[in-house]
Design a protein around this ligand. Sequence first.
Ligand code: KG4
Ligand code: ZN
Length: 352
Amino acid sequence: MRILAIESSCDESAVAVLDEARGLLSHALYSQIDLHRVYGGVVPELASRDHIRRLLPLLRQALADAGTTLAELDGVAYTAGPGLVGALLTGAALARSLAFARGLPAVPVHHLEGHLLAPMLEDEPPPFPHLALLVSGGHTMLIEVRAPGDYHLLGETRDDAAGEAFDKSAKLLGLPYPGGPELARLARVGRAGEFQFPRPMLDRPGFEFSFSGLKTAVSLAAKERPLTDERRADIARGVQDAIVDTLLAKTRRAMEATGLVDVVVAGGVGANLALREGLAQLARRHGGRIYHPRIEFCTDNAAMIAVAGLLRLKAGGAADDLAIHARAQWPLFDLGPLGACDVSLNGKKKTG
Ligand code: KG4
Ligand code: ZN
């Protein structure tokens, strides 16, 4: 089975081709970062317009790189939400139209399920059940993943997402958009302990997060004295340590409560090396290990949408109408189970 997938939920336009037997055949991506940078954040209308410009060339490129044609596809998957509705509609309309023209099933995919299943593309895919820490620009969740499609929320953020906390702090430090990776880069040269920012919710039971207090503390620190390069780096280090410590502490608590020792880290903040290292140590101490997609598949991409789309298609999840599905909000926990996963998506033969 071979599937084409389109992602356009935010500021990345992407197309990928995934083959059940041969693995990922191609993935093409255009990031709109430069377009939005001058505004300090994503401008939804500009994002939609740019997706329209980029998607067809990316589609041609992905098909050519995969050495395939529309005639060889078994389905077309697209991100149907959650995301910016105008942006989602561009990819959804293209995917739905392609599928209609070729008489193929169209598969609406949940963006977060894509993030959660992205590590299945790697040489060592995660075992099920596992614990997932989903940390993106819009979400921060600890999820018990019993099987593909079987997700149980343990806790999420009450306010800002971890990625948002990175981005807002970066903005307060005068760093360019998107702030997360910029702040992480600066944190590497900052000194630990110079700034102690709050680690909220650690004193309370449960698995919830809260990051909105951090920006107030960062704002005060940034205004207190002139921002030299050194001070900026020290604050960046303090911010990263506060976010990473909080994520690690709650993940540890979730591991101990569920007995799950294998941890998937997914979503854009999963690209953060300090977080990855901390999680790897934590999992190792508990006798498990950490699984994450390669760095380029932590942030938005179409390869992850292809994984979720292929599994959904096999589980009968193609849309049974001609509607173009696009949802700004879409609870992950509304998704039905996927059934046993009998495919190995990294292109290697499944053993055992
Ligand atoms: O998953 P993603 O690409 O888009 C959403 O679905 O939200 O996540 C984007 C988020 C942004 O907030 C970005 O700043 C953050 O991930 N991010 C990082 C790093 N790389 C991306 N945050 C911290 N450190 C990084 N290296
Ligand atoms: Zn995302």
